[in-house]
Design a protein around this ligand. Structure first.
Ligand SMILES: Cc1cc2nc3c(=O)[nH]c(=O)nc-3n(C[C@H](O)[C@H](O)[C@H](O)COP(=O)(O)OP(=O)(O)OC[C@H]3O[C@@H](n4cnc5c(N)ncnc54)[C@H](O)[C@@H]3O)c2cc1C
Length: 382
């Protein structure tokens, strides 16, 4: 066993740390003003993060997924909204095309996504299909060589500004719910019949413009089908595994940011004639969080490493996602408490970490679903 990073992984980590530092103040300001973090996305695009683990031949950086997880742990400390948009574009759309796409699809869609010139989204969730995507009702019907999409998708991260989306739809209604689902690549900017809903008023991650997308007889060309027809749910679930490693890495980032802010505050704040750091109850909170974050980080890197080795990582990704997002929430919760009343004010960072961390326990599959995945593995063969 070797816990050392390679020189390449260390270099990515340092680059991401710098890129996070450079936008940290801007991220606070944009969030407060409710503005879209375009500058931050552009900055990270120029620094090469949108294509980090995508193949070099399609404009990516060719780095392993451990490097990507390390980068997310840094970037999410500065701007979790931008880190999430980058993640959906890179690890669901980008890696989805890389893993399942035809060469012509990769040549068309990957270079702009890897460069960060085009943001990409993932549209799986529907009003009646959240944790159970097999019940989705969006229909893809054959028309000539192509397809026609009809239905509604909810919670589409970056949906307001994305150029492309990977959309799951039922292409064969005669099949059982789990079968007959396909994935389609949709160019949101040129496809007629795509209606973008208003930006959702979210509690946190407000920069990541989430919307509903409506498809009203949206006409798709024949080459919009990703992989084989009827294999869409299987592909979507495989992509969720990548996505959960990234979600875990983001959560580690938010958790570390919360811990660092609480530690800095506790050092400077005096009560009863001494800094808060002298109180054992405060030290114990800080120590518990540091230990839990280290564990979450190791689980996340292990899941990324298993993926890099081509080994099964579904259970490891579910464990990492559950532990890291619960730990980020604990860090935000306890960190806020360490700041006392000031933690509750928008002028201090804990309030935003608290709101941003909360979503991690829900997206890319709720933590109840993570427990189901872990339990399924435990109960196998018993
Ligand atoms: C910030 C954010 C970004 C998102 N981005 C995207 C995106 O880009 N694309 C996309 O497609 N979706 C996205 N989602 C949607 C997200 O994936 C869903 O919200 C999530 O899968 C849960 O679905 P639901 O909200 O319909 O809840 P439901 O499935 O209705 O679940 C409600 C509650 O019941 C629990 N529950 C459900 N089934 C079970 C079960 N079998 N056992 C135990 N408990 C269960 C859940 O854990 C939850 O607590 C996003 C959500 C958020 C909040």
């Amino acid at each position: 066993m070797n816990f050392s990073l390679t020189p390449e992984q260390e270099a990515v980590q340092k680059r991401a740390r710098d890129a996070a530092q450079e936008v940290k103040a801007k991220a606070v300001q944009l969030e407060r003003e409710g503005r879209f973090p375009r500058d931050i996305l552009d900055h990270w695009a120029q620094a090469g993060f949108f294509g980090l683990s995508l193949p070099r031949e399609y404009g990516g950086g060719g780095q392993d997924y451990v490097s990507y997880a390390l980068a997310q742990m840094e970037l999410a400390q500065a701007c979790p909204s931008s880190a999430l948009m980058l993640h959906v574009s890179h690890s669901i759309f980008g890696m989805g095309l890389h893993q399942f796409g035809a060469d012509s699809q990769k040549r068309r869609f990957l270079p702009p996504v890897a460069a960060g010139d085009a943001l990409a989204a993932f549209a799986l969730t529907e009003p009646q299909a959240g944790s159970d995507p097999s019940r989705l009702q969006t229909i893809a019907s054959r028309e000539g060589d192509g397809w026609v999409l009809t239905g509604q998708k909810n919670f589409v991260t970056s949906g307001q500004i994305a150029h492309f989306a990977l959309v799951a739809a039922r292409s064969d209604a005669s099949q059982a719910p789990q079968k007959g689902i396909s994935l389609f690549i949709v160019d949101l900017k040129i496809t007629p019949g795509v209606q973008v809903g208003p930006v959702e008023e979210k509690m946190g991650l407000r920069g990541a413009r989430s919307v509903s997308l409506e498809f009203n007889n949206a006409q798709l060309p024949a080459d919009s089908l990703l992989g084989e027809a009827g294999q869409g749910l299987k592909m979507a679930l495989a992509l969720m595994d990548h996505a959960r490693v990234g979600a875990a890495a983001q959560a580690v980032g938010i958790g570390k940011a919360a811990l660092n802010a609480a530690l800095a505050y506790a050092r400077g704040r005096e009560q009863f004639g001494q800094p808060l750091t002298q109180f054992q109850s405060i030290q114990f909170k800080l120590a518990d969080l540091a230990a839990a974050l280290e564990a979450a980080s190791l689980l996340t890197l292990k899941a990324a490493w298993l993926k890099d080795q081509g080994r099964p990582f579904t259970t490891a990704a579910a464990m990492a996602k559950k532990c890291a997002t619960d730990t980020a929430m604990a860090a935000a919760q306890e960190g806020l408490q360490i700041l006392g009343g000031y933690g509750y004010l928008r002028d201090y960072p804990l309030e935003r970490y608290f709101r941003d961390a909360r979503a991690g326990q829900i997206y890319e599959g709720t933590n109840e679903i993570m427990r189901l995945i872990i339990a399924r593995e435990l109960l196998k063969g018993g």
